[in-house]
Design a protein around this ligand. Sequence first.
Ligand code: SF4
Length: 447
Amino acid sequence: MGLNALEIFKLLPKTNCKKCGFPTCLAFAMQLAMGKVSLDKCPDVSEESRAKLQESSAPPIKTVTIGKGESELKLGGEIVLFRHEKTFYSPTGIGTTISEDMSEEEIEERINRLKTLEYERVGLSLKADLVAVEDRGKGKFLELAQKALSTKKAVILASKSPANLEKVLKELSDFCPLVYAATEENFASMAKLAKEFRVPLAVKAEGIEKLIPLIEKIKQMGVENLVLDTGANDIKTLFRDMVSLRRASILKKFRTLGYPTISFTGRLTDDYLKEALYASILIAKYSSAVVMNHIAGETLFPLLIERLNIFTDPQRPMATPEGIYEIGKPDENSPVIVTVNFALSYFIVSGEVENSRTPAWLLVQDSEGLSVLTAWAADKFNAETIAALVKKTKIEEKIKHRKLIIPGYVAQIVGELEEELPGWEILLGPREASYIPAFLKSSWKAA
Ligand code: SF4
C-alpha cells in the first residue's frame, strides 16, 4: 500500500526550506501522496527515507518493458482511473500470434501483415506492436521466435515448457521477450528463467483471487517485472477482471496487483469481427496488451485509431510538426498555402488541397496545436509568426512567384503581413477548407 500524506510528511526533513517549490514539507507531502510531483524535487531527503518514499511515489501500476530498441513497448505505469483526470501513459500493446500449429503459408502471411499494416496519422506511424509465438512442442519454437523478431515487434514467448523457453531465451533474451506464462504448476521454473535471463514474466491464474498468492510467491523469488493474465474465457468476466485489477491498483493502491495486464481475445471467440469488438472494449478498459488471433487491416486500423484517441494527453492538443509539406508534386509555379499545426486543421486543409488536384506547398506553422481562430486570438498565429515561418522555411527558394494564401478567417492581418513580407502578394483563401478546391481552380495563377 502507498503511504498517505502524513506518513510521507514524517519521512521528510521538515525544515520547510522551500527548495522543492512548495512552501512547506507538508504541502509537498500532500502533492507526493497524490502522485503529482516527483520525490527528486526534495534534495535533502535522507537515503533511508528515500527508499521508503520511492515505493510510495512509484506509479500504482508498475511500468514493464517488453522488447528492445525499435521493438520496445512499455506497458502499465498508469496513475489514474479515467483519462480526463490526468492522462494515460502507455498505449495498449496490440498484436497477434504465430503458432507451430499454423502452416508455413499462414505464418508467412501473418508476418507479412505485421510488417506491412502501418498507417500515418497526425504525423504518427500507427501499427501493431506485439507478436506472440506459440510453442506446441513441434521443435520450431526458436525458428518462429526469430521470424517474429524480424517484424520488429515486441515478442511474447508462449510455452508450457520451461526447457523449450530456456533454449529460445539462450539465443534471444537480449531482445527482452515476455515469457508467457507462470502458472500455479510451473511458477518456480518460470520465475527462475525470468530472473536468470532478466526478462519480464506473465503470470496466469484462473481469476484474481488465485492470481494474488501466485504473484506474491513469484515476487518473493525476486521477479518484479510481471504482466497479469486472469485467464478469463468470456468477455464479461474478462472485462470485470480488467476493471477490478485497475481499481484495486489505482484506488486501493494494492501493490500486489499493481502490474500491467494482458488479454488474448482469441480465447473469447472465433469470429474475427467479434474479436475486434472485444479488443476495442479491452483497449478502453483496461488491458495493457491485447493479443488477437486474427489481424486484418479493416479491424486493426479502427483499433489503432481508438487507441490513439484514448492515449493522447487530453491537456495537449494533437499537433503536426511545423514545416513545409508537399501536396502532390509541387513546382516553382505551385501555390503556397499557410495553415496552423492543429492536427485536424492540417488534415482537413491537406485533404482539400489534395482533392483540388493542384499540387501545392503547404506551410504549417507551430500554433501549439491551436486551430486558426483560437491561435489568432491567442496571438500565436499572426503576421509576425507567419512571416517568420516563410523566412525560416526558405520557401522562396522553391518558387518563382511571391504569392501566399492565408486562411480566410484571418483577413485582418493581410495588410500587416504585406508589411512583414515586402514583395509578397497576400491572397485571402476561403474560410472553410471545403472551398479550397474551388478557390484554387478559380483564383490561382502563379504569374
Ligand atoms: S525541499 Fe524537502 S525539506 Fe525543503 S520544503 Fe521541500 S520537502 Fe521540505
